[in-house]
Design a protein around this ligand. Structure first.
Ligand code: DGJ
Length: 330
């Protein structure tokens, strides 16, 4: 009996080291059975773990920000609530709320930095905010809030280039444009602004650098309702972007982009799109959806699957076998 149990556990571990099943369309639960609340998530990979920050929508209209971690993007451990209404800042939960928190680590200062959308109830404030902590799960303090370089700023993301230069990217001036803000060396302030895609009314921006070619994904502005994702590419962040073109289906598989993760394995690199299936059916039950996305030259393709398998060691992905159980073993 004991031998059988040990053999089974070895087999389970061996499986975990090879293929992990990613199942879409369900609320994620922690080992304690609590709903994972980290919507519009931002990610940082460090020490073999993904750290994920995002909106805790259990108070739907005034989200706190939670930090989770995982080794397989399926089993998430709550590290702590890193930004809390009324605690981190008196205005939070009263005159201001947070959306789209994104996490960075600054290699020069060793500090962890969160940038986010910092907003009033009617989205009139159009501000951003920046927080800093000495450890990933530390006490985050508000460093700054306001309109970056005086520019109205809403939906946002961050991007760190291969040379460590970080950028804040946001939807600017009443949702008209996208703004690319170069950040200072300490990542705590914006130093330069470039307007991108003028008048094209895009939000939920995500930038990824694929072998020196930048790809930008973004959605149209339609509240919580999903819409067509589009992408453009350039070999220079500030200029030369191609026209935006459609990718995926008309609703981006009922999601809105939050991040693209790079899984660099021994055999290949796979990119994973992460998006929110908002209001499914309520805001707190919004699902986090993950699927492979590929970049080739100037083109981008989405490979939506309800379920697929990924090998974190080799970087390969494949369709899940039919009748596979929903969750991979821990
Ligand atoms: C879409 C944005 O992407 C979300 O972050 C949020 O601001 C909703 N709109 C609010 O309607």
């Amino acid at each position: 009996m004991l031998v059988t149990m040990i053999t089974m556990s070895l087999a389970t571990n061996a499986k975990k080291e090879t293929w992990t099943t990613i199942q879409n369309g369900e609320v994620w639960l922690t080992a304690e059975g609590d709903t994972v609340q980290a919507h519009a998530p931002g990610f940082l990979y460090e020490g073999g773990r993904w750290y994920m920050v995002g909106e805790d929508r259990s108070h739907p209209w005034n989200p706190d920000v939670n930090l989770y971690s995982s080794t397989d993007l399926q089993h998430w451990r709550l590290e702590r609530k890193i930004i809390e209404n009324g605690v981190t800042d008196r205005r939070l939960g009263r005159s201001r709320m947070i959306e789209r928190a994104k996490l960075l680590k600054n290699p020069r200062t060793g500090k962890y930095v969160v940038w986010c959308h910092w907003e009033s109830k009617n989205y009139g404030a159009s501000e951003a905010a920046c927080f800093e902590a000495g450890s990933v799960d530390g006490q985050y303090r508000l460093v700054w809030s306001g309109r970056p370089l005086g520019i109205k700023s809403r939906d946002c993301n961050v991007f760190v280039d291969n040379d460590g230069q970080a950028y804040f990217i946001s939807t600017t001036e009443e949702n008209q444009h996208l703004g690319l803000f170069r950040l200072a060396d300490d990542y705590l302030s914006a130093t330069e602004h470039t307007q991108l895609f003028p008048g094209q009314r895009r939000e939920a921006p995500v930038i990824v650098n694929v072998q020196g070619r930048y790809f930008m994904l973004c959605s149209a502005c339609s509240g919580w309702a999903p819409n067509q994702c589009k992408y453009a590419t350039s070999d220079n962040l500030q200029q030369g972007w191609t026209q935006l073109q459609d990718v995926g289906d008309a609703t981006c598989y009922r999601t809105q982009a939050a991040a693209v993760l790079e899984i660099r394995g021994t055999k290949q690199t796979t990119y994973l799109y992460v998006g929110d299936r908002w209001m499914d059916p309520t805001l707190p039950e919004t699902k986090t959806i993950i699927f492979p996305i590929s970049f080739d030259g100037n083109t981008c393709q989405m490979h939506y699957r309800d379920q697929f398998e990924i090998n974190f060691k080799t970087g390969e992905w494949r369709d899940a076998k039919p009748q596979q159980h929903r969750r991979s073993a821990r």
